[in-house]
Design a protein around this ligand. Sequence first.
Ligand code: SF4
Length: 455
Amino acid sequence: MCGIFGIMGGSDVHAARMTYYGLFSLQHRGQESCGIAVNNDGDVTYHKDMGLVGEVFSDTMLDRMPGKMAVGHVRYSTTGSSVRENAQPLVIKYVKGSLSIVHNGNLTNTDFLRKQLESGGAIFQTTIDSEIIAYLIAKERTLSATVEEAICKVIPKLEGSYSLLVMSPKKIIAVRDPLGYRPLCYGVMDDGSVVFASESCALDPVGARFIRDVDPGEIVIADRHGIRSIRTNCGMISRKCIFEYIYFARPDSFIDGISVYRTRLEAGKLLYDLHPADADLVIGVPDSGIDAALGYSQASGIPYCKGFVKNNYVGRTFIQPTQNRREISVGIKLNVLAASVKGKRIVLIDDSIVRGTTMARIVRMIKEAGALEVHVRISSPTFRWPCYYGTDIPSADQLTASTNSVDQICTNIGADSLGFLELDSLSRMISCEGEKCYCDACFSGDHPGNIKQDI
Ligand code: SF4
């Protein structure tokens, strides 16, 4: 759960500033730390620190980072703790110059690779899996004609999820793992600058026109000769993360040609088909519950109404790293609009229930504001399994649905009724016909790559 951005700029581009704007648009993907590395004719300067993009970078600092190529990162930790040395970009200097790497995803064979490399004399400065990728690429580069050739040799050694941007002295190379768990796309600006981003929503603010997604297993190289591609997928079927559509991504993004907004709207409609409710109003928990609430309202004919006032200056609760911080931030972030809900029977839509504590608090707040009934509808199936591919879903013993029935969860959160999407609904939600083309392992336990045995 991170966001990456990179630019191979045209003649007048201030790449660090463009990357700063891009990272702003990806801030929802990680709020612990951020950083930018810029390449100015072979000289790499970088800055990274704990905090939000607007806190870490100032105008003065960006002015001191000239150059036409840059990569940037916003981080939420999955592998490695939330400390400054684990912030990205990772910048390494080696015999061939420098490599700056940003990574979204999570390797599932980190321990194996780290032990293997350490026994061969490697020394690591961080605890993140991204440094292993950087080390492997640098090592292979010394035996290869180009960085992309080195990356092709490294890909078979990596298991798990990775969307990467690798900045060498003359190129930016985008890499998406063969199953395409995490999104990555690129666009082009009028002056020919090539822009890479985790989500298409980060292309618009810098004036880049969306070209296409980087395909699973594809390597896209941008340099002074233009753009070219190497495909390494070998016909594997995509396992893009379904939870990107349900929760992570911004609704104005398209991932693999599918609108995140349309997907959420459809989830709300499917939810009504499965779990209709007799109620006066539909409300959605901001942000990712809103669009599904609109879908539920459209399908049911029950009016949609704003149910909360959100404090926009507090981060998303799910991606706050500790439970204590998560619970405090719910109350600071959301307040119920009593004028809407008082005396009404409410359908409340949210994207997921993880531990159940946040939802219990929200239901209580709505009832204290005078609602007569609260019928909770969730635009995803029940969370029952951990994620090994870069999402901080807690271990199964902390997932309320792994030990409680839907009826028990309903009682625990104090709702009048509760309904989830079903596993079958997910393929309809993203219009995936034929063989399953997405990962739903945290809902189904169907972890690609026999991961449960490996971990
Ligand atoms: S396990 Fe869940 S969160 Fe993780 S990649 Fe698969 S669908 Fe996404």
